[in-house]
Ligand binder design. Structure first.
Ligand code: NAD
Length: 355
């Protein structure tokens, strides 16, 4: 058997488990990265996209898995962090060929990783996986809950800055997909003035017609003169060039990993911009996934609502701590998550699994 790709050495010291499958018969190349299961079974989406190389695919899975550990720990969930990738375009033909093989890859992990929808996959793909994988998440779309969490973080950030809620505040939303379109509607309902941009004109029209949003050219949204900027499209959009032109007073992302380089959080702190880390603001989706896979009694909806409300309080705590210590919010959020993991580690058996 010969493999066309070689894997280089990864900086994986903090990872519990990394499995890569290359099956010559189907042609699949998939990776599952389990970062940390201190808090519970690792949960994270299945990203399906064609990567430049297998190395890039594995690296993406690892970075996203690590962020899931922090996200779930900061949201107070009984979940660890994991993520997986299938290195292929998300076409119907590729899904038909690869998802059953990928399902067996996940099933071989014995419940230590719970897959969910991510870029390139959706609820219908989770139904395919469910034939072989005992526990899957995202069988209902978590995006409206993600948007609700981002809304809480925006409201709390504005109140902390001395504003009386969202009414009359200006908020820019980049990307009107599942999260951004929900968020734009919620912001308008709360009385905010909402500026939007998307590369898809139909989505912009829909936001203008149904949510009363104001359309802004795609190239201008990140530099809009607003109280809060919400990147809700791809990751990596906040580059040094974008930050030079930034006029927003705060950034509250729906998108994962919006900073092109995590060190840019220091730049934002230096400029006095309130930056709520993405893995704090966009945790609403994983909160509802926890409820989906761990279940609960009649009070479950209240529990979900409480955890989503708590996103606002966590955002304020992190902004306050960063100000007090003269550091950036990503550093503070990572430290807080690590402290929670350390406190739990002593009291929890290694390798919890859902079977
Ligand atoms: N869906 C969730 O529950 C969830 C949870 C956590 C994080 N996220 C993150 O939030 C982001 C959005 O997720 P989604 O589910 O809404 O995705 P989506 O694919 O439904 O929407 C993305 C939108 O961004 C638009 N877009 C792409 N490039 C753009 C650009 N340069 N300028 C303006 N618009 C652009 C697309 O046309 C699309 O409408 C992603 O980064 C995702 O990883 C989503």
């Amino acid at each position: 058997m010969s493999f066309p790709d070689t894997l280089t050495t990864f900086d994986a010291d903090d990872f519990e488990q990394l499995t890569v499958v290359r099956d010559p018969e189907s042609g699949i190349r998939s990776a599952v990265a389990i970062h940390d299961t201190t808090m519970g079974p690792s949960l994270g989406g299945v990203r399906m996209r064609a990567y430049p190389s297998l190395d890039d695919a594995v690296r993406d899975a690892m970075a996203l898995a690590r962020a899931m550990t922090y996200k779930s720990a900061l949201a107070g969930l009984e979940l660890g962090g994991g993520k997986s990738v299938i290195d292929a375009e998300p076409t119907p033909a590729n899904k038909a060929a690869f998802l059953p093989v990928y399902a067996r890859h996940v099933a071989s992990l014995g419940g230590r990783y719970v897959p969910g929808a991510d870029m390139g996959t959706d609820a219908s793909d989770m139904e395919v996986l469910a034939k072989d994988v005992p526990v899957v998440s995202s069988r209902r779309d978590p995006s409206p809950f993600t948007a609700r969490g981002v809304l809480r973080a925006i409201g709390a950030t504005l109140e902390r800055a001395g504003h009386d809620g969202l009414a009359g505040r200006r908020v820019a939303v980049q990307g009107l997909g599942k999260v951004g379109s929900s968020l734009a509607g919620m912001l308008r309902a709360a009385g905010a003035e909402v500026l939007v941009a998307d590369v898809d004109d139909d989505r912009v029209r829909a936001a203008r017609d149904t949510a009363g949003a104001v359309a802004v050219p795609v190239g201008e949204i990140l530099a809009a003169d607003v109280d809060v900027l919400c990147p809700c499209a791809a990751g990596g959009v906040l580059t040094p060039v974008v930050l030079d032109a930034l006029r927003a007073r705060a950034i509250v992302p729906g998108a994962n990993n919006p900073l092109a380089d995590p060190a840019l959080a220091v730049t934002l702190a230096g400029r006095g911009v309130d930056y709520v880390p993405d893995f704090v603001a966009n945790a609403g989706g994983v909160i509802v996934c926890e409820a989906e896979v761990l279940g609960g009694g009649p009070g479950l909806d209240d529990e979900i609502a409480g955890k989503i409300r708590a996103i606002g309080a966590t955002a304020v705590r992190i902004l306050d701590d960063a100000d007090r210590r003269g550091t950036d919010t990503v550093t503070v959020a990572h430290e807080l998550a690590r402290a929670r993991l350390a406190a739990r580690a002593a009291a929890r058996p290694a390798f919890p699994a859902l079977v």
